[in-house]
Design a protein. Structure first.
Length: 568
């Protein structure tokens, strides 16, 4: 507190010593410094430091609608950074409210379909409803494609045509126009994804009827035999790339202990799309195919003798007469017949084999030469207190030959076997291991000192300007303080001279000379000893007296003599 009180007292004395014009100028400079510092902190705290909607990217149409909503709400402290909007984090709610009031909020997944389903009125026809759902589906698919990596904007159009006749099938086609960010082009892996997305969302549409147009590149048509198709549309090329990536990944994982190793695979596929094998085998031993058994029965009966004989028995309408004796003989005969049909035994085998399988795979493996040097150093460690050893060319060549063979033997186990049994190939001949010298790429030259300085100045020019203003104000205050005129304190020298009249006569001129010496310096300018003594940064009274004695010892002696005489 004492330090503050002393400082305030000094400032008060300094302010009182200034002229009215200097006081006004100092007050204006102080006010300018305070306002500038306040503006600086306010600009830093309220600057755009966050992205709207967590950094979501917007299309050009969405940005136009959003800027219109911001202007209507009176919001202007935002910046458009590419396809995103940077705002003040503390005012994010105000921006979202402005978008909601202006109807400029970007649509989310399903919003277009929900709006189309809820918008039809009681007088909307079925054809109009179908057309509204079609437009909503197109917008929904475009919104999904815009979320893919590197896609700035997308537009989807599709059409369906019903064929007349008894078989009323639908013919559907679609086109997708994609604008990647900047001058980038679509990755070929994204083209099948877009085709599958659009074809799965539209009934009756096949991926072959979906054309993808890259605004920055080319058109991808999947029709068979069409021009401008993607390389991945060819089954042979796509399967070749898939096997190549798989084999290289497996080999690279197996050689992960070799830093900087490179693996390149060359894959040749069997060109058969599908192989179907039907095998029929006939067994020479026959087997019964059909057996029939037939039984035949025959029976005969003979009557016993008796009755009348003669002309009376043979007369017409004569009554029958029964035999008077016993019965006759009966005979029954049964025969069984068996028919058997034999046939040869057969075995039918049907085998379907996948096509486009690797027929021949060759590998080229590159190993940095630094790896062989590290292996030799690990095998020949330096003893304590000695410098590390350096191998000669013979020792290094031996290590390289041994490690190359070890790598080849390790990789051969992962090479797929050839699918041609008539032409067997030794897998060791399909693997080549080569040593290469690792040359470090030169580091990219960064920005120069002048470029970094200009960039920093462009970002911090306001801070630099305020610091310069503050220094200018301090220099002005210092110049005002240095220019304040001061009046020397009047010094009254009383000399009482007794009987020595000449001494008194000599003392008066000396006292006058001392007073003049204290009031002005050698150049004749008034000194500021009184003001400096009050402020605490000037010489003390004792120091002034010592200076006076040093400058004029005779006058000082007369003054002391007069003081002593007055005291007595």
């Amino acid at each position: 507190m004492d330090f503050l009180n002393k400082l305030l007292a000094q400032l008060n004395d300094l302010f009182k010593s200034l002229s009215p014009g200097a006081r006004m100028t100092a007050g204006l400079l102080l006010a300018a410094v305070v306002v500038s510092i306040g503006y600086l902190f306010n600009a830093q705290s309220s600057g755009a430091d966050a992205f709207l909607l967590n950094g979501q990217s917007f299309t050009a149409d969405e940005l136009s609608a959003m800027e219109g909503a911001f202007g209507k709400a009176g919001l202007s402290d935002y910046t458009v950074d590419g396809s995103r909007v940077r705002i003040t984090k503390s005012r994010q709610a105000a921006y979202l409210g402005a978008l909601a009031d202006g109807g400029a909020l970007p649509a989310g997944f399903g919003d277009h379909l929900a709006q189309a389903a809820n918008s039809p009125g009681p007088f909307t026809s079925r054809a109009q409803q179908e057309e509204m759902m079609k437009v909503a589906k197109q917008r929904e698919l475009a919104a999904i494609i815009r979320t893919m990596n590197g896609v700035e904007n997308a537009v989807v159009h599709y059409d369906m045509q019903k064929r007349s006749g008894l078989n009323q099938t639908q013919n559907a086609t679609a086109s997708v126009s994609v604008k990647p960010r900047g001058n980038l082009q679509l990755n070929e892996t994204q083209v099948p994804m877009i085709r599958s997305l659009v074809a799965s969302a539209i009934a009756g549409l096949s991926p072959e009827n979906v054309t993808v147009i890259d605004i920055n590149g080319r058109a991808y048509s999947a029709k068979a035999g069409g021009l401008g198709g993607s390389a991945l549309d060819d089954p042979y090329l796509s399967m070749t790339k898939a096997y190549k990536d798989l084999i290289e990944l497996n080999i690279r994982d197996a050689l992960a202990y070799v830093p900087g190793v490179t693996v390149t695979a060359n894959v040749e596929l069997d060109r058969e799309m599908l192989k179907k094998i039907i095998e029929n085998r006939v067994d020479p031993k026959t087997v019964p195919l059909k057996v029939e058994t037939q039984e035949n029965s025959m029976s005969s009966t003979s009557a016993a003798g008796g009755g009348r004989v003669g002309l009376a028995q043979q007369q017409p309408n004569a009554p029958a007469s029964l035999p008077s004796g016993g019965g006759g003989n009966s005979t029954e005969d049964t025969r069984s017949t068996t028919n058997q049909l034999n046939t040869a035994s057969t075995t039918n085998t049907e085998t379907q084999m996948a096509g486009l399988t690797p027929k021949r795979v060759s590998l080229a493996i590159g190993v940095p030469s630094d790896y062989f040097l590290k292996v030799w150093e690990a095998q020949n460690p330096a003893t304590d207190g000695q410098e590390p050893k350096k191998p000669d060319a013979t020792a290094l060549a031996a290590v390289e030959a041994a490690e190359t063979k070890r790598i080849k033997d390790h990789v051969v186990q992962l090479v797929p076997a050839t699918s041609d049994p008539t032409n067997p190939v030794d897998p060791a001949t399909l693997v080549t291991v080569t040593a290469f010298s690792h040359v470090a790429a030169p580091e990219a030259a960064g920005p120069s000192f002048m470029e970094r300085s200009l960039d920093w100045l462009a970002q911090s020019w306001s801070t630099v300007a305020l610091v310069g203003l503050a220094l200018f104000a301090l220099l002005m205050l210092k110049s005002f303080v240095a220019a304040v005129p001061t009046v020397a304190e009047p010094q009254v020298l009383s000399a009482t001279i007794g009987d020595d009249e000449p001494a008194a006569g000599e003392a008066k001129p000396a006292a006058a000379g001392a007073t003049a010496a204290e009031g002005k310096d050698a150049a004749g300018k008034p000194k500021q000893r009184t003001l400096q003594r009050r402020l605490g940064n000037g010489p003390s009274l004792r120091e002034e007296l010592i200076d006076m004695v040093r400058e004029d010892p005779e006058a000082a002696a007369n003054i002391l003599r007069s003081w002593i005489g007055n005291a007595t």
